[in-house]
Write a protein that binds this ligand. Structure first.
Ligand SMILES: Cc1cc2nc3c(=O)[nH]c(=O)nc-3n(C[C@H](O)[C@H](O)[C@H](O)COP(=O)(O)OP(=O)(O)OC[C@H]3O[C@@H](n4cnc5c(N)ncnc54)[C@H](O)[C@@H]3O)c2cc1C
Length: 334
């Protein structure tokens, strides 16, 4: 018995740590040497109990990431501070985690608890006689598996291989993003909307800022564009990513689960991508363990996951559509 996880990002590491907890052997196939670059530094406070559950809180505390207790928002109006919330222990705080470092720490934790890391690229699927997913083809050869969990991010590796339709839920949205270094005194993290899109700025390390601009594809800014207040700072070349809202029609089936961005993508306005990746990785792995260790019915486990992820995605789509309607953006006007 072994589970193959495609991709060693947050969803892959979370799935692996959860499987290892249940004594299930795991191989993570990762095509890039770590640490590898990934945008998405602002981690929602909801991540904290998940990291505690995965037993990795102390690695993150020692990383010394910048913390923040809310976001400055100029969404369709004047800038105001929107706190995350609080409880008897004080305000909830998110992290500004350098993703190369954060992802490496999670993957190292999985490795140190027994995950095998295979440096290679998944290029195909292995099926058994009943036409169920039973492993992957990699650049290093075939790897057999009782289950394959696809955590490969926006590449949607397994969905593409299995010809599972990826259904769009928004117009085509593009994020252009970059980094600048220097002094910038405006409050951050901040987000504000205008007639063509929205702009995000966050101080991810002392005096180093990440900016993201999301627009419809037709209105994407040119390669030299930088948010107004950051133009005098030292800039790194910008990049772009497709952040069109989308979800695979089937996120679980015979021998497989899709998690994180491999299952569903929303634009980063809510900073929930890493939270969703970790939570779905844990949930998929938990259901694999229910089937393999407790004898739960495989189809029921797949259906449970499909319903759980679909209703979460639908809820976020409704919330975000409401926010975009209020800002009269991207054709969501009421
Ligand atoms: C501009 C931008 C800003 C964002 N900002 C935020 C933010 O502030 N907060 C937030 O929470 N989220 C943010 N996100 C979203 C967040 O980055 C993602 O949701 C998150 O990285 C998803 O994690 P994952 O583990 O699913 O996939 P990934 O982090 O993409 O990891 C996938 C891994 O799979 C590997 N892989 C891919 N294909 C293969 C293959 N065929 N074989 C082997 N390995 C493979 C890749 O190398 C990669 O390491 C942002 C996204 C963008 C584009």
């Amino acid at each position: 018995m072994q589970v193959v996880v495609i991709g060693g990002g947050p969803s892959g590491a979370a799935a692996a740590l959860t499987l290892l907890d249940a004594q299930i052997p795991v191989t993570i196939v990762e095509r890039k040497p770590f640490p590898r670059f990934r945008p998405g530094e602002t981690l929602h406070p909801g991540i904290e109990p998940l990291l505690a559950r995965l037993g990795v809180t102390h690695q993150l505390e020692s990383a010394g990431y910048v913390r923040h207790s809310g976001v400055w928002s100029g969404w369709g109006g004047a800038m105001q501070f929107v706190p995350y919330g609080a409880d008897t222990n004080g305000p909830w705080r998110g992290y500004q985690a350098i993703r190369a470092d954060f992802d490496q720490r999670l993957l190292d934790s999985a490795r140190s608890r027994g995950a095998q890391i295979l440096a290679g690229k998944v290029s195909g699927i292995v099926f058994n006689a009943s036409n169920e997913v039973a492993g992957v083809m990699t650049s290093e050869g075939p790897v057999a598996a009782t289950y394959v969990i696809d955590c490969s991010g926006g590449a949607h590796t397994l969905a593409r291989q299995l010809r599972i339709p990826i259904v769009r839920h928004s117009p085509q949205l593009v994020a252009r993003f970059g980094y600048v270094t220097g002094c910038f005194d405006d409050p951050s993290p901040s987000i504000y909307s205008d007639q063509d899109g929205w702009t995000w700025v966050a101080e991810v390390e002392p005096n180093r800022f990440q900016w993201t601009r999301v627009t419809e594809a037709l209105n994407r800014p040119d390669l030299t564009w930088i948010p107004h207040g950051l133009r005098d700072l030292e800039a790194e070349p910008s990049r772009s990513a497709d952040v069109t809202w989308r979800m695979a029609e089937a996120v679980a089936g015979p021998g497989y689960f899709l998690t994180g961005d491999a299952a569903a993508v929303l634009d980063p306005s809510s900073s929930h991508g890493v939270l969703r990746a970790i939570m779905s990785g844990m949930m998929a792995a938990h259901l694999v363990a229910r089937h393999l260790c407790d004898g739960a019915d495989a189809q029921v486990c797949a259906l449970t996951y499909q319903n759980w992820l679909s209703s979460w995605f639908r809820h976020d789509v409704e919330e975000m559509s409401r926010a975009y309607r209020a800002a009269n953006l991207f054709g969501f006007a009421s």
